[in-house]
Design a protein around this ligand. Sequence first.
Ligand code: FAD
Length: 475
Amino acid sequence: MKLVWFRRDLRVKDNPALHEACKTGEPTIALYTATPEQWKQHDLSPRQADFIQRRLEVLRNDLAALNIPLLFKVVDDFSGLPAYLAEVCQQYQVSDVYCNIDYEFDEVDRDNAVAGTLSLTRTGFHAFHGKCILPPGSVLTGGGKSFQVFTPFKRAWLKLVQSTDYSPVKPPLPISPTALTKALIEDAKEIDLRYWYEDSVSWPVDDNTIIQRLRDYCSYRVTSYDALRDIPSEPATSQLSAYLAIGAISPRQCLARLLTEHPNAFDDSKQGPQVWLSELIWREFYQHVTASNPSLSKGKACLSWESNIEWKHDEILFERWKQGKTGVPIVDAGMRQLNETGWMHNRLRMIVASFLVKDLHIDWRWGERYFMQKLIDGDFAANNGGWQWSASVGLDAQPYFRIFNPFTQSKKFDPEGIFIRRWVKELENIPEKFIHDPYHKNYGSDVSLSYPKPIVDHALRERRHFPFSKLPRIT
Ligand code: FAD
């Protein structure tokens, strides 16, 4: 018997571990282990938990069509997994376990512990790369080191990918059923992750819808990605991040579809398909960085100068930011979109992160955690990378003093205030001229607003840019 252990790869298509197990033609079972205590520590958002739970039902049906039963078990945390996997392998006489690799520190530890325990009974443990287009460790500098900056990484990635077979693996063929696999499929119990949930139904989980979303995106909207991707009121981005985060779709599927529609996507022009590919490469970059820097998973900044920064730990300001009540409309619109939907437009993620760190001077780790608690697409590598970039403590070619002016950003990317009005109802009727800054001195002092006044004066903060003024400048 073979066993496929599912984690953040909740799909049947382009799943290297499943593909390899099925290739043997032997009876196969699948397993998903929920670890709610571990998830609490990692701040898994209740919305993503609901999303995973719903996706597991789809996966179970897809696997049943291949005559593979999906077993399900709640184990408090990772420490209970080696013993549990050993028990399952013994119970079902499993000779080999197959899985796709997660690159975060605790996950690598988890797999090492499980592989070690299984080796005691000579059970094989086979791990595959299914999370990236090019696996971590394959894109290296001329000196064989990991890249620390995105642009040269992208250049090397583009060169390597074109000499690599990046096509998705073929869908597995059904395996001959046995009395045991049939019985396990019939016996399937309700899946309950024993976590708390928040409604994620606006994110469909069936394959047809997800694949159609990818196809439609690559056929039509991707062509205007370069022009519209920074406008939050436009549905110009793919909104595939939630699916990529739980592995309901693979990055290789995304690349394959993009190239089918736009065979020139690898060229170095700056059109929609090329720019979209660049974002997929950002995703790869952060996965590779996570794999090569285990300390990131322990809250460490990439750049050591962070030790010079004295973060403020102001709970009241932090609460106002979380609730979208900072008095800065574009920041509040973004935070309210996050709180209500579990997703936030990328431009706004950068604006609200910069505001928390550079205007409120609050530790980026607080923001990173809050995002993970709320995001439906929460992904350690992308989130940690995004926060470190925004706090200027990450791997970034720009010097530390990049500070977003939220009012300028607002005028540039939401000029008519369409997005602000959608999320900040108190400002629905404000004239366009003042939508970005409703407490501007020229806007009648007799106007009474139910919207809060700004909790900080951006201009003042920017001039002082404490605590960043203490930092050395990158040359
Ligand atoms: P598209 O614009 O359509 O891009 C396609 C795909 O490329 C995305 O689905 C995503 O997988 C990837 N991608 C796009 N931009 C980035 C990026 N900057 N970094 C890494 N991958 C990228 N993304 C997450 O998936 N999970 C997170 O937890 C997350 N946290 C973030 C936190 C901060 C502070 C910042 C600044 C960015 C964060 N991002 C995160 C990256 C980015 O905001 C989202 O991937 C993007 O908004 C998702 O929308 P989309 O699917 O429509 O993306």
